[in-house]
Design a protein around this ligand. Sequence first.
Ligand code: C2O
Ligand code: CU
Length: 462
Amino acid sequence: MQRREFLQAAIGGGLATGFMPALHANAVATPVVDLIAAPAQAMLRAGQAQATRVLAYNGSVPGPVLRLPRGRETRIRLRNALDAPTTVHWHGLRIDNAMDGVPGMTQDPVPPGGEFEYRLNPPDAGTYWYHTHLRSWEQLALGLAGVLIVDEDEPPLVDQDLVLAFDDWRLDDAMQVDTRSLGSLHDWSHGGRLGNFMTINGVSQPRYSVARGERLRLRLVNIANARTMRLLPNLAGFVVVAVDGQPVEPFEPTGGEVRLAPGQRVDLMGDLDLAPGQASPVEIIVGEYAYEIAHFEALPAVRRERPLDEPPRLPPNPVAEFGPDLEFRRIPLLMQGGAMGGLREAEYQGQVLGLRELAQKGKVWAFNGVVGMPAEPLFRVPRGSAISLEIENDNAWPHAMHVHGHHFQRDSEPGLWRDTTLFERGERGTIRFIADNPGQWLIHCHMAEHMAAGMETWFEVT
Ligand code: C2O
Ligand code: CU
């Protein structure tokens, strides 16, 4: 990449540090952005002796924050400088099927040295992300992900718009990604690849400078392979204004805790009420313990003596609401397999195989008795059909179910439009949406290892 192009991408896309430049005043539309996937080096911890070898977009992990206008086309030119094929998926964007980045379904893999131009015309404002969709159990674990923001036509007034992308890495003593355990059947059949080193925006325990009275918008994004994060932002009075990019009727997180499954996002907004010099930790709950993973530090200055007048909230997006008298087509989806799951056999590539044979192939998860992508879709419906997926998690592990190209409502969360939702072990639930985006779309578990080990299917909107 030429240096000028890189600078353009970096400026247009905002910086990967978490701090967005003084906001909307100088947010520039980026009609063409270059995204280069290549090996790189990262300092995940300040002063580490040897930089961590990663795979990165435009040289950083996570990649640059891409800022797109709503309702207008942006072209993103992916160049593959890896030594393996790749694609990019724009998680949560309701865009053209041909741009969805699913290898073998919506496009061919981009070979090493190859290019692909993505044309994105996002209908919804909000917080999204982008990531590799090829061998994501490996490429995502090595760093190929970034945050994508679609700006509101009239963004709400805030003093700082901070992106916080949470990741967990599995590192060895030399701070290198433990690549030997990539593909471990143990991870694949249990909870997925969990890391031992947390970063936010690619660094360990960052600090964010804030000032009393400021209004903050925090865009929390879980880009980890498999870890569900329970975050305690410890910011009194902050409200959730969006989930998975879609605005919600603002509410305070229960018990101050925000749960983010892999792939999920939450936007928080509020007025900061820290005294100058005071610090406020962000903690993550791991097992029974809470670890401090970042903190906000109040500057000596006071930004606003009086908080902003308008209450924190976001303008709505054009998601199709459910009309009255909709006939939902009911489609059962049974999730089976994994360790301690009791699955005896399942169909894989047209053959019924026992668990042992499946395990030898690294294929241990099934939807409706089928492991991996079936030849026929889970359902094929005309555009505009109302769909009710009746999901049962009949195994011993939680799964973050993700639907491509659409947002859905879950029966337990009326009014929230998500693209990814967590099913705990044994949990049942229904997700409903209008299949209004033509094409072939994936439904899969967002624990990257579960997907690789068979937890994926697809549907077609004609
Ligand atoms: Cu975020 Cu199919 O993925
Ligand atoms: Cu899963």
